[in-house]
Design a protein around this ligand. Structure first.
Ligand code: SAH
Length: 247
């Protein structure tokens, strides 16, 4: 791999939590880093791969006070300009609802060299740990990845939920826990069967992973009753039924 030079920022995907899912490039970058600026979803097991780097928690967390994106971008630029090897470590994959693109654009604008090391996203690898294949020949030939939040924190008004329900053989929702009721109602109103299988996977790949199996019409009530919460991935589609044989 290329040498991690001083003054560079590497955006590294940490995967969903199990450190065994780190790439070799990610491990090398963590070992070489002078500073690791990580988000709240990065597990302690992953951070343990650093070797003496300064660790800084700087990330967005749904519903909690979190730093503004420009502040994060400015910190990355400042640390790089101070001559450090900077790892920006993000849960899952940096470009899957991780604001990685915004950070790269800020680095480009500031003339800072960067590299992106992809990671295993929770919506594929995390579901696999719960026994849910994101595609399966007999069930779906398409997948839609959606965020339950937009930049305002509300469920995305811009999404045509009826069209999504018709187009997707499997819908994988990130950050959707607080808006499940509204999302389910919109999908059902758009023609999706109310009894379609839904799985909710919390802390995917970690020792305390929890999985809830439900249906679209019961999802919000079952989530509330089960106490399951963020971080969780929601999968909607017939492929969830394979879990019975795959776990
Ligand atoms: N870049 C990340 C996603 C960041 S958005 C990725 O590629 O996975 C944050 C959301 O990701 C959480 O709200 C949750 O929906 C999901 N998520 C991340 N890690 C998770 C995990 N270990 N288990 C379940 N969901 C997870």
């Amino acid at each position: 791999m290329n040498e991690f030079a001083k003054g560079e920022v590497w955006l590294v995907g940490a995967g969903p939590g199990d450190a065994g899912l780190l790439t070799l490039h990610a491990v090398e970058a963590l070992k070489a880093a002078d500073i690791v600026v990580h988000d709240a979803l990065v597990s302690a097991e992953v951070l343990a791969y650093t070797a003496g780097a300064e660790l800084v928690l700087l990330g967005k967390r749904g519903g909690m006070p979190s730093p503004k994106q420009p502040e994060i971008n400015a910190r990355l630029v400042a640390e790089a300009k101070a001559g450090k090897r900077v790892v920006r470590l993000k849960g899952g994959d940096p470009f899957m609802f991780g604001r990685g693109a915004e950070e790269v654009l800020a680095l480009v604008a500031a003339g800072v060299k960067f590299r992106v090391i992809p990671g295993i996203t929770a919506g594929i690898g995390g579901l696999a740990y719960a026994g849910i294949p994101v595609t399966a020949r007999d069930f779906n030939s398409s997948v839609i990845f959606l965020t339950g939040h937009d930049h305002t924190g509300l469920s995305p008004e811009g999404v045509d939920w009826a069209a999504v329900g018709k187009a997707a053989g499997m819908i994988v929702l990130y950050m959707a826990m607080r808006h499940m009721d509204e999302i389910a109602k919109k999908l059902i109103a758009g023609g999706m069967p109310s009894d379609i299988p839904v799985a909710v996977v919390m802390n995917a790949s970690l020792p305390d992973m929890k999985v809830l199996e439900t249906t679209l019409e019961n999802a919000a009530a079952d989530i509330a009753a089960s106490g399951i919460g963020a971080p969780a991935i929601v999968s909607i589609g017939g492929g969830n039924l394979l879990r019975e044989q795959m776990t």
